[in-house]
Design a protein around this ligand. Structure first.
Ligand code: GLV
Ligand code: MN
Ligand code: MN
Length: 412
Protein backbone atom coordinates (compact mmCIF):
# COMPACT_ATOMS: atom_id res chain seq x y z
CA UNK A 1 0.00 0.00 0.00
CA UNK A 2 1.56 3.31 -1.10
CA UNK A 3 1.63 5.87 1.72
CA UNK A 4 -0.13 9.21 1.10
CA UNK A 5 2.53 11.89 0.90
CA UNK A 6 1.10 15.16 -0.38
CA UNK A 7 3.05 17.92 -2.11
CA UNK A 8 2.71 21.51 -0.90
CA UNK A 9 1.66 23.26 -4.11
CA UNK A 10 2.14 26.78 -2.74
CA UNK A 11 5.72 25.99 -1.73
CA UNK A 12 6.46 24.43 -5.12
CA UNK A 13 5.09 27.43 -7.04
CA UNK A 14 6.76 29.94 -4.71
CA UNK A 15 10.17 28.30 -5.15
CA UNK A 16 9.73 28.26 -8.94
CA UNK A 17 8.87 31.94 -8.88
CA UNK A 18 11.90 32.72 -6.70
CA UNK A 19 14.19 30.98 -9.20
CA UNK A 20 12.57 32.79 -12.13
CA UNK A 21 13.78 36.08 -10.60
CA UNK A 22 17.39 34.88 -10.99
CA UNK A 23 17.82 35.97 -14.59
CA UNK A 24 20.38 38.02 -16.49
CA UNK A 25 17.59 39.47 -18.69
CA UNK A 26 14.77 40.77 -16.47
CA UNK A 27 11.62 41.30 -18.54
CA UNK A 28 12.96 39.16 -21.42
CA UNK A 29 12.45 35.63 -20.18
CA UNK A 30 14.80 33.70 -17.93
CA UNK A 31 18.47 33.75 -18.90
CA UNK A 32 20.50 31.67 -16.49
CA UNK A 33 23.35 30.24 -18.50
CA UNK A 34 25.41 27.52 -16.87
CA UNK A 35 28.09 28.74 -14.45
CA UNK A 36 26.90 32.36 -14.68
CA UNK A 37 26.38 34.49 -11.56
CA UNK A 38 22.62 33.77 -11.72
CA UNK A 39 23.19 30.01 -12.10
CA UNK A 40 25.54 29.90 -9.10
CA UNK A 41 23.05 31.99 -7.10
CA UNK A 42 20.24 29.56 -8.03
CA UNK A 43 22.34 26.69 -6.71
CA UNK A 44 22.89 28.51 -3.41
CA UNK A 45 19.12 29.00 -3.06
CA UNK A 46 18.34 25.39 -3.94
CA UNK A 47 21.06 24.08 -1.60
CA UNK A 48 19.39 26.01 1.24
CA UNK A 49 15.98 24.50 0.40
CA UNK A 50 17.62 21.07 0.23
CA UNK A 51 18.88 21.50 3.80
CA UNK A 52 15.37 22.56 4.91
CA UNK A 53 14.05 19.32 3.35
CA UNK A 54 16.53 17.14 5.24
CA UNK A 55 18.85 16.57 2.27
CA UNK A 56 22.62 16.93 2.50
CA UNK A 57 23.68 19.10 -0.48
CA UNK A 58 27.11 19.04 -2.10
CA UNK A 59 28.49 20.55 -5.28
CA UNK A 60 30.38 17.72 -6.99
CA UNK A 61 33.53 17.95 -9.12
CA UNK A 62 31.43 18.43 -12.28
CA UNK A 63 29.48 21.28 -10.58
CA UNK A 64 26.30 19.30 -10.17
CA UNK A 65 24.37 20.18 -7.03
CA UNK A 66 23.42 16.88 -5.41
CA UNK A 67 21.31 16.45 -2.27
CA UNK A 68 20.96 13.07 -0.63
CA UNK A 69 18.87 11.68 2.16
CA UNK A 70 19.69 8.05 3.00
CA UNK A 71 17.00 5.38 3.26
CA UNK A 72 17.00 2.15 5.17
CA UNK A 73 18.35 -0.28 2.59
CA UNK A 74 21.44 1.20 0.98
CA UNK A 75 19.80 1.64 -2.42
CA UNK A 76 18.72 4.87 -4.11
CA UNK A 77 15.99 6.45 -6.18
CA UNK A 78 17.14 9.57 -8.00
CA UNK A 79 15.29 12.52 -9.50
CA UNK A 80 16.14 15.97 -10.78
CA UNK A 81 16.89 18.08 -13.84
CA UNK A 82 18.87 21.26 -14.53
CA UNK A 83 18.87 24.85 -13.27
CA UNK A 84 20.55 26.44 -16.29
CA UNK A 85 18.48 27.88 -19.14
CA UNK A 86 18.94 28.95 -22.73
CA UNK A 87 19.23 32.69 -23.42
CA UNK A 88 15.72 34.22 -23.14
CA UNK A 89 14.25 30.90 -22.01
CA UNK A 90 11.32 30.25 -19.71
CA UNK A 91 10.95 29.68 -15.98
CA UNK A 92 10.19 25.94 -16.12
CA UNK A 93 12.53 24.08 -18.48
CA UNK A 94 14.79 22.28 -16.01
CA UNK A 95 13.96 24.29 -12.90
CA UNK A 96 10.61 22.52 -12.58
CA UNK A 97 12.24 19.07 -12.43
CA UNK A 98 14.71 20.21 -9.79
CA UNK A 99 12.14 21.98 -7.62
CA UNK A 100 9.70 19.06 -7.92
CA UNK A 101 12.40 16.54 -6.92
CA UNK A 102 13.18 18.79 -3.99
CA UNK A 103 9.45 18.88 -3.21
CA UNK A 104 9.52 15.08 -2.97
CA UNK A 105 12.07 15.44 -0.18
CA UNK A 106 10.11 18.28 1.45
CA UNK A 107 6.81 16.37 1.31
CA UNK A 108 8.41 13.20 2.72
CA UNK A 109 9.97 15.33 5.45
CA UNK A 110 6.62 16.98 6.27
CA UNK A 111 4.86 13.62 6.33
CA UNK A 112 7.58 12.11 8.55
CA UNK A 113 7.90 9.28 6.03
CA UNK A 114 11.27 7.66 5.29
CA UNK A 115 11.50 5.56 2.13
CA UNK A 116 13.36 2.28 2.14
CA UNK A 117 15.44 3.76 -0.68
CA UNK A 118 17.55 6.82 -0.16
CA UNK A 119 16.49 9.85 -2.21
CA UNK A 120 19.02 11.58 -4.45
CA UNK A 121 18.00 14.99 -5.82
CA UNK A 122 20.14 16.31 -8.69
CA UNK A 123 20.51 19.75 -10.26
CA UNK A 124 22.74 18.89 -13.22
CA UNK A 125 25.25 21.38 -14.62
CA UNK A 126 25.06 22.87 -18.11
CA UNK A 127 22.29 20.78 -19.61
CA UNK A 128 21.64 23.40 -22.28
CA UNK A 129 25.15 23.88 -23.65
CA UNK A 130 25.98 27.43 -22.54
CA UNK A 131 27.88 29.75 -24.88
CA UNK A 132 28.14 27.16 -27.65
CA UNK A 133 29.45 24.28 -25.51
CA UNK A 134 28.26 20.69 -25.79
CA UNK A 135 25.43 20.34 -23.26
CA UNK A 136 24.74 17.78 -20.53
CA UNK A 137 28.14 18.37 -18.91
CA UNK A 138 26.90 17.50 -15.43
CA UNK A 139 25.04 14.33 -16.30
CA UNK A 140 28.00 13.10 -18.36
CA UNK A 141 30.09 13.73 -15.22
CA UNK A 142 27.70 11.52 -13.23
CA UNK A 143 28.23 8.59 -15.62
CA UNK A 144 32.01 9.15 -15.58
CA UNK A 145 32.26 10.24 -19.21
CA UNK A 146 33.91 13.67 -18.96
CA UNK A 147 37.42 13.59 -20.40
CA UNK A 148 39.98 16.09 -21.70
CA UNK A 149 38.05 16.56 -24.96
CA UNK A 150 35.21 17.97 -22.92
CA UNK A 151 37.40 19.95 -20.56
CA UNK A 152 39.48 21.56 -23.31
CA UNK A 153 36.41 22.78 -25.22
CA UNK A 154 36.48 26.55 -25.57
CA UNK A 155 33.19 28.45 -25.36
CA UNK A 156 32.09 31.54 -27.28
CA UNK A 157 33.87 33.70 -24.66
CA UNK A 158 37.16 31.79 -25.22
CA UNK A 159 36.95 30.17 -21.78
CA UNK A 160 37.54 26.41 -21.44
CA UNK A 161 34.98 24.16 -19.78
CA UNK A 162 37.83 23.22 -17.39
CA UNK A 163 38.06 26.84 -16.20
CA UNK A 164 34.27 27.17 -16.04
CA UNK A 165 34.08 24.14 -13.74
CA UNK A 166 36.92 25.37 -11.55
CA UNK A 167 35.31 28.82 -11.32
CA UNK A 168 31.93 27.47 -10.20
CA UNK A 169 32.96 25.22 -7.32
CA UNK A 170 33.90 22.11 -9.34
CA UNK A 171 37.19 20.24 -9.59
CA UNK A 172 38.21 19.31 -13.15
CA UNK A 173 41.15 17.30 -11.78
CA UNK A 174 38.92 15.01 -9.71
CA UNK A 175 36.00 14.24 -12.03
CA UNK A 176 36.04 10.56 -11.06
CA UNK A 177 34.53 11.57 -7.73
CA UNK A 178 31.39 12.85 -9.52
CA UNK A 179 30.55 9.37 -10.85
CA UNK A 180 27.46 7.85 -9.25
CA UNK A 181 27.54 4.34 -7.75
CA UNK A 182 25.10 3.00 -10.33
CA UNK A 183 25.00 -0.49 -8.85
CA UNK A 184 23.09 1.11 -5.95
CA UNK A 185 20.64 3.16 -8.08
CA UNK A 186 17.33 1.51 -8.95
CA UNK A 187 15.79 4.35 -10.97
CA UNK A 188 16.23 7.92 -12.17
CA UNK A 189 12.94 9.75 -12.83
CA UNK A 190 12.93 13.23 -14.39
CA UNK A 191 9.83 15.41 -14.33
CA UNK A 192 9.74 18.05 -17.08
CA UNK A 193 7.38 20.26 -19.02
CA UNK A 194 6.59 18.64 -22.36
CA UNK A 195 7.94 21.57 -24.45
CA UNK A 196 5.69 20.36 -27.27
CA UNK A 197 1.97 20.50 -28.10
CA UNK A 198 0.77 16.91 -27.56
CA UNK A 199 -0.60 17.08 -24.02
CA UNK A 200 -2.06 20.55 -24.46
CA UNK A 201 -3.90 19.48 -27.59
CA UNK A 202 -5.17 16.13 -26.28
CA UNK A 203 -6.25 17.37 -22.86
CA UNK A 204 -4.22 14.69 -21.05
CA UNK A 205 -2.66 16.00 -17.86
CA UNK A 206 0.30 13.64 -17.60
CA UNK A 207 2.72 12.33 -20.21
CA UNK A 208 4.39 9.00 -19.63
CA UNK A 209 7.54 9.33 -21.73
CA UNK A 210 8.29 6.33 -23.91
CA UNK A 211 11.77 7.44 -25.01
CA UNK A 212 14.00 10.43 -25.63
CA UNK A 213 15.12 11.58 -29.05
CA UNK A 214 18.73 11.19 -30.19
CA UNK A 215 20.72 14.21 -31.37
CA UNK A 216 23.78 14.75 -33.52
CA UNK A 217 25.61 18.09 -33.64
CA UNK A 218 27.60 19.41 -36.60
CA UNK A 219 29.78 22.53 -36.78
CA UNK A 220 30.56 24.06 -40.15
CA UNK A 221 33.25 26.56 -41.05
CA UNK A 222 32.54 27.99 -44.48
CA UNK A 223 35.38 29.87 -46.14
CA UNK A 224 34.83 32.17 -49.11
CA UNK A 225 36.65 35.42 -49.88
CA UNK A 226 36.15 38.71 -48.01
CA UNK A 227 36.01 41.68 -50.33
CA UNK A 228 34.62 45.17 -50.84
CA UNK A 229 30.80 45.17 -50.94
CA UNK A 230 30.71 48.11 -53.35
CA UNK A 231 33.38 47.23 -55.87
CA UNK A 232 33.21 43.44 -56.15
CA UNK A 233 30.90 42.46 -59.04
CA UNK A 234 28.31 39.85 -58.17
CA UNK A 235 29.80 37.20 -60.46
CA UNK A 236 33.25 37.52 -58.86
CA UNK A 237 32.18 37.04 -55.25
CA UNK A 238 32.69 34.02 -53.02
CA UNK A 239 30.22 34.96 -50.32
CA UNK A 240 30.49 32.61 -47.34
CA UNK A 241 27.25 33.82 -45.74
CA UNK A 242 25.25 33.35 -48.93
CA UNK A 243 26.62 29.78 -49.08
CA UNK A 244 25.62 29.36 -45.42
CA UNK A 245 22.10 30.48 -46.33
CA UNK A 246 21.93 27.69 -48.91
CA UNK A 247 23.08 25.22 -46.28
CA UNK A 248 20.38 26.43 -43.87
CA UNK A 249 17.66 25.88 -46.46
CA UNK A 250 19.02 22.51 -47.59
CA UNK A 251 19.21 21.28 -43.99
CA UNK A 252 15.68 22.54 -43.36
CA UNK A 253 14.46 20.50 -46.32
CA UNK A 254 15.94 17.20 -45.06
CA UNK A 255 12.96 16.20 -42.89
CA UNK A 256 10.52 17.20 -45.64
CA UNK A 257 12.35 14.87 -48.01
CA UNK A 258 11.99 11.99 -45.54
CA UNK A 259 14.56 10.38 -43.27
CA UNK A 260 15.39 12.54 -40.32
CA UNK A 261 12.67 13.81 -37.92
CA UNK A 262 13.93 17.39 -37.40
CA UNK A 263 16.96 19.35 -38.63
CA UNK A 264 17.97 22.85 -37.53
CA UNK A 265 20.68 25.45 -38.09
CA UNK A 266 20.27 27.50 -34.91
CA UNK A 267 23.64 29.23 -34.72
CA UNK A 268 25.23 31.44 -37.35
CA UNK A 269 28.17 33.82 -37.30
CA UNK A 270 29.28 35.91 -40.27
CA UNK A 271 32.90 37.03 -40.37
CA UNK A 272 33.73 39.90 -40.27
CA UNK A 273 30.00 40.66 -39.84
CA UNK A 274 30.24 44.14 -41.29
CA UNK A 275 27.66 45.67 -43.64
CA UNK A 276 30.03 46.76 -46.38
CA UNK A 277 32.17 43.63 -46.56
CA UNK A 278 31.29 40.53 -48.59
CA UNK A 279 31.41 37.89 -45.80
CA UNK A 280 34.63 35.92 -46.09
CA UNK A 281 33.74 33.27 -43.54
CA UNK A 282 30.66 31.90 -41.84
CA UNK A 283 30.20 29.53 -38.92
CA UNK A 284 27.07 27.40 -38.67
CA UNK A 285 25.85 25.26 -35.77
CA UNK A 286 23.63 22.45 -37.08
CA UNK A 287 21.75 19.69 -35.27
CA UNK A 288 19.60 16.77 -36.35
CA UNK A 289 17.33 14.72 -34.08
CA UNK A 290 15.57 11.39 -34.39
CA UNK A 291 14.33 8.60 -32.15
CA UNK A 292 16.41 6.14 -34.18
CA UNK A 293 20.21 5.98 -34.27
CA UNK A 294 20.00 4.45 -37.74
CA UNK A 295 18.16 7.54 -39.02
CA UNK A 296 20.86 9.79 -37.53
CA UNK A 297 23.55 7.63 -39.18
CA UNK A 298 21.77 7.73 -42.53
CA UNK A 299 21.47 11.54 -42.46
CA UNK A 300 25.25 12.02 -42.19
CA UNK A 301 26.20 11.06 -45.78
CA UNK A 302 23.13 12.94 -47.01
CA UNK A 303 24.33 16.14 -45.34
CA UNK A 304 27.90 15.56 -46.54
CA UNK A 305 26.57 15.28 -50.11
CA UNK A 306 24.57 18.49 -49.92
CA UNK A 307 27.61 20.32 -48.52
CA UNK A 308 29.78 18.92 -51.34
CA UNK A 309 27.26 20.23 -53.86
CA UNK A 310 27.19 23.72 -52.33
CA UNK A 311 31.00 23.80 -52.20
CA UNK A 312 31.21 22.91 -55.89
CA UNK A 313 28.51 25.37 -56.98
CA UNK A 314 29.73 28.37 -54.97
CA UNK A 315 33.48 27.86 -54.78
CA UNK A 316 33.58 27.93 -50.99
CA UNK A 317 35.35 25.41 -48.73
CA UNK A 318 33.24 23.88 -46.00
CA UNK A 319 35.11 22.31 -43.07
CA UNK A 320 32.86 19.89 -41.14
CA UNK A 321 33.18 18.82 -37.53
CA UNK A 322 30.70 16.13 -36.52
CA UNK A 323 30.26 16.84 -32.82
CA UNK A 324 28.32 15.51 -29.88
CA UNK A 325 26.04 12.49 -30.44
CA UNK A 326 23.57 11.93 -27.64
CA UNK A 327 21.97 8.58 -28.49
CA UNK A 328 18.21 8.01 -28.28
CA UNK A 329 17.04 6.15 -25.20
CA UNK A 330 13.95 4.25 -24.10
CA UNK A 331 12.29 4.58 -20.70
CA UNK A 332 12.23 1.49 -18.47
CA UNK A 333 8.84 -0.31 -18.68
CA UNK A 334 8.63 -0.71 -14.88
CA UNK A 335 9.05 3.04 -14.34
CA UNK A 336 6.47 3.87 -17.03
CA UNK A 337 4.07 1.48 -15.28
CA UNK A 338 4.69 3.17 -11.90
CA UNK A 339 3.93 6.58 -13.41
CA UNK A 340 0.77 5.33 -15.11
CA UNK A 341 -0.39 3.86 -11.78
CA UNK A 342 0.48 7.10 -10.00
CA UNK A 343 -1.55 9.16 -12.49
CA UNK A 344 -4.48 6.74 -12.26
CA UNK A 345 -4.30 6.95 -8.48
CA UNK A 346 -4.82 10.71 -8.68
CA UNK A 347 -7.49 10.50 -11.38
CA UNK A 348 -5.26 12.20 -13.96
CA UNK A 349 -5.62 11.30 -17.62
CA UNK A 350 -2.28 10.19 -19.08
CA UNK A 351 -0.86 9.32 -22.48
CA UNK A 352 2.41 7.77 -23.56
CA UNK A 353 4.55 9.94 -25.83
CA UNK A 354 8.18 10.35 -26.93
CA UNK A 355 10.33 13.34 -25.97
CA UNK A 356 11.53 15.49 -28.85
CA UNK A 357 13.79 17.47 -26.52
CA UNK A 358 17.00 16.19 -24.98
CA UNK A 359 17.22 15.63 -21.24
CA UNK A 360 19.71 14.65 -18.56
CA UNK A 361 17.71 11.43 -18.11
CA UNK A 362 18.94 10.43 -21.56
CA UNK A 363 22.54 10.49 -20.36
CA UNK A 364 21.78 8.78 -17.05
CA UNK A 365 20.00 6.09 -19.13
CA UNK A 366 23.43 4.88 -20.24
CA UNK A 367 23.96 3.59 -16.69
CA UNK A 368 20.58 3.21 -14.92
CA UNK A 369 16.89 2.58 -15.65
CA UNK A 370 15.18 5.90 -16.34
CA UNK A 371 11.70 7.30 -16.69
CA UNK A 372 10.31 10.72 -17.48
CA UNK A 373 7.02 12.40 -16.63
CA UNK A 374 5.68 15.31 -18.68
CA UNK A 375 3.12 17.99 -17.88
CA UNK A 376 1.43 20.14 -20.56
CA UNK A 377 3.16 23.16 -22.09
CA UNK A 378 0.74 25.89 -23.18
CA UNK A 379 0.54 25.65 -26.99
CA UNK A 380 3.74 23.63 -26.85
CA UNK A 381 6.03 26.65 -26.43
CA UNK A 382 9.42 26.36 -24.70
CA UNK A 383 12.93 27.80 -24.99
CA UNK A 384 10.99 31.06 -25.05
CA UNK A 385 9.84 33.67 -22.52
CA UNK A 386 6.27 32.55 -23.37
CA UNK A 387 6.81 29.09 -21.86
CA UNK A 388 3.92 28.39 -19.47
CA UNK A 389 2.27 25.51 -17.66
CA UNK A 390 -0.88 25.97 -15.59
CA UNK A 391 -0.09 25.98 -11.84
CA UNK A 392 -2.46 23.08 -11.16
CA UNK A 393 -0.64 20.98 -13.76
CA UNK A 394 2.71 21.80 -12.14
CA UNK A 395 1.39 20.68 -8.77
CA UNK A 396 -0.25 17.56 -10.24
CA UNK A 397 3.01 16.59 -11.98
CA UNK A 398 4.97 16.92 -8.75
CA UNK A 399 2.40 14.75 -6.98
CA UNK A 400 2.72 12.11 -9.70
CA UNK A 401 6.50 12.24 -9.26
CA UNK A 402 6.12 11.65 -5.50
CA UNK A 403 3.69 8.79 -6.09
CA UNK A 404 5.89 7.26 -8.80
CA UNK A 405 8.91 7.22 -6.47
CA UNK A 406 6.83 5.77 -3.61
CA UNK A 407 5.52 3.10 -5.96
CA UNK A 408 9.07 2.24 -7.04
CA UNK A 409 10.20 2.28 -3.41
CA UNK A 410 7.56 -0.32 -2.59
CA UNK A 411 8.27 -2.42 -5.67
CA UNK A 412 12.01 -3.07 -5.32
C1 GLV B 1 17.44 20.63 -24.49
O1 GLV B 1 17.02 21.63 -23.94
C2 GLV B 1 17.22 20.45 -25.88
O2 GLV B 1 17.70 21.29 -26.66
O3 GLV B 1 16.50 19.52 -26.25
MN1 MN C 1 16.01 23.22 -22.65
MN1 MN D 1 15.27 20.84 -19.97
Amino acid sequence: MTPRVVVDGDRLLWRLNELAQLTATPGRGVTREAWSREDVEARVRVAGWMRDAGLHPVVDAATNLIGRSPGTKGRWLASGSHLDTVVHGGPLDGAYGVIAALEVASALHDAGHTMDHGLLVAAFANEEGARGTAGMTGSYGCIGALDDTWLDEVDDDEVTVRDRLAGAGGDPEDLGSARWAFDEIDAFVELHIEQGPVLDSTGARIGVVSGITGRQALDLHIVGAANHAGTTPMHLRIDALAAAAEVVLAVEALPRDGGIRVATCGHVTAIPNVRNVVPGEALLGVEIRDQSSAALDAAIPEIEALLDAIEARRGVAIARTWGQRVPPQLAAPAIKASTARAADGRGLQHVELPSGAGHDAQVIAEAAPIGMIFVPSRVGVSHSPDEHTEPEDLVAGAQVLVDTLLDLDGAR
